[in-house]
Design a protein around this ligand. Structure first.
Ligand SMILES: N[C@@H](CCC[C@H](N)C(=O)O)C(=O)O
Length: 293
């Protein structure tokens, strides 16, 4: 038996970030990395959002987040907007709180129909919090490069944790690099002991950034919400943008606001429902057989 046998799922997307949401609150059971990979083989997704019973008063659920390689993440901005959309449906509540491995997240209905806002919490800039393998005092730009030593291809990324590790490389043209090739090298670079999400970002002006991301555990995706937050706060920290910016990602747009009053990062964008289905137990039987063999 798998916790996911016959369970109802919703296939959704957050500006093109492929998300599967499964509500396990009424029948909690452990989902394994092999289960998560088995789902991805049949319903391709970037992140699987599992709603487990709430552990804290005032929260709706504990949300576990899997990447499609079976690894877990503390944060997924686009996935949280999809969860928020599902949970707001049929309620007249204006705000909901969820627990994730990275802490509590508040979500609201956005300023217009179809938009949702997630409070992604505070960014962390300390090298041990990201984490990095060695001390870097200034994480606005760390000594890291790929390519020839005297003519690096990509270098000096800003690094930050948004509940998950991010490195942002500042470039003039985000399409001019083979991110599918450099992404895995940088994701797995020894300086990132927990791997990292790798973003190429271009600052268009003080209110607008374009970006694309190679995601830890998921590869190239059309959008990464936590990377958009990481990029926005990194640009503001370098004093190159305002604290509220429009982000253009391959899959669409997000508004990121890094609030002065409490240091929290608010992300606003769309979330779309695509279809519903039930998992076939045969998927997980195959996964279990291959992990026990
Ligand atoms: N797509 C996500 C980020 C998902 C987690 C990431 N791949 C990681 O392992 O850190 C987002 O929208 O934030």
């Amino acid at each position: 038996m798998s916790a996911l046998d016959n369970r109802l799922f919703a296939k959704m997307n957050g500006i093109g970030n492929e998300i599967v949401v499964v509500d396990l609150r009424d029948q909690p059971a452990p989902v394994t990395p092999a289960d998560a990979r088995a789902v991805a083989a049949h319903v391709p997704y970037d992140q699987l959002m599992l709603l487990q019973p709430a552990r804290l008063p005032g929260t709706e659920a504990f949300v576990r987040i899997y990447n499609n390689d079976g690894s877990e993440s503390g944060a997924c901005g686009n996935g949280m907007r999809c969860v928020a959309r599902q949970m707001f449906a049929g309620t007249d509540k204006s705000g909901l709180t969820f627990e994730t491995r990275a802490g509590l997240l508040n979500c609201w209905r956005g300023p217009a129909d179809g938009l949702y806002t997630v409070d992604m919490g505070e960014p962390k800039f300390g090298w041990q919090d990201i984490p990095l393998a060695e001390e870097f005092r200034d994480t606005r730009g760390i000594e890291l490069q790929i390519g020839p030593i005297d003519a690096p291809i990509l270098h000096t990324p800003s690094v930050v944790s948004m509940g998950n590790p991010h490195a942002v490389f500042w470039v003039d043209d985000i399409e001019a690099y083979d991110l599918g090739r450099f992404g895995p090298l940088l994701e797995n670079h020894p300086v990132f002991p927990e791997r990292a999400n790798i973003t190429l970002a271009h600052i268009v002006d003080r209110q607008h950034i374009t970006m694309r991301t190679w995601e830890r555990g998921a590869g190239l995706t059309k959008a990464c919400g936590s990377a958009a937050c990481a990029t926005a706060v990194s640009a503001a920290r370098l004093k190159r943008t305002e604290r509220t910016v429009e982000m253009t990602l391959p899959g669409g747009r997000l508004t990121i606001a890094w609030r002065d009053s409490d240091n929290h990062v608010l992300m606003t964008g769309g979330a779309e429902f695509e279809f519903e289905g039930r998992f076939d137990p045969a998927l997980f039987a195959v996964a279990r057989a291959s992990t026990t063999a």
